[in-house]
Ligand binder design. Structure first.
Ligand SMILES: [Zn+2]
Length: 153
């Protein structure tokens, strides 16, 4: 075991307490914490997760040190890094981003809504919201299930 995760949590807490919401808001700290949690759990069996946990820690510490001098590029790099970690978690560990199924089923529901709106209801404006609601309901159920199994990032 290592204490990277503890240090990450402490750094995130400190970042939250910094009075610079304009910058700290863009760091996506909630997501960082969730990602770190997963990396911590998986790092025992996955070298890449272990490395990324360490890198996340170093990046957060650096961001905290430079917080007043961060520019768009720094923020973009940070977001790209988090995205890259999420890609690994999704591809290798079959984790899903939060709200994954809602976004998928919502668009399926909308397309079906258009079809049913044109055929059954003879009213697209009615079909789309009905389809969307069904899609969101189904997606939310699936997302809740994934979350219960601890497979949400
Ligand atoms: Zn991994």
């Amino acid at each position: 075991m290592n204490d990277h995760f503890e240090q990450i949590k402490a750094t995130i807490k400190e970042l939250r307490s910094i009075d610079n919401k304009k910058t700290t808001g863009k760091l996506g700290l909630n997501k960082c914490k969730r990602v770190a949690e997963k990396l911590d759990l998986l790092s025992e069996n996955c070298q890449e997760c272990e490395q990324q946990l360490l890198e996340l820690k170093n990046r957060l510490i650096k961001l905290k040190a430079d917080i007043d001098g961060l520019d768009k590029n720094n923020l973009k790099q940070h977001q790209q890094f988090i995205q890259q970690v999420c890609n690994h978690l999704q591809k290798t560990h079959k984790l899903l981003p939060e709200g994954y199924y809602v976004s998928i089923y919502m668009s399926i529901g909308m397309s079906l809504g258009v079809v049913f709106g044109l055929t059954i209801f003879d009213n697209i404006a009615l079909g789309i919201p009905i389809g969307m609601c069904f899609g969101i309901a189904i997606g939310a159920g699936l997302d809740a299930d994934v979350k219960k199994k601890g497979k949400t990032i």
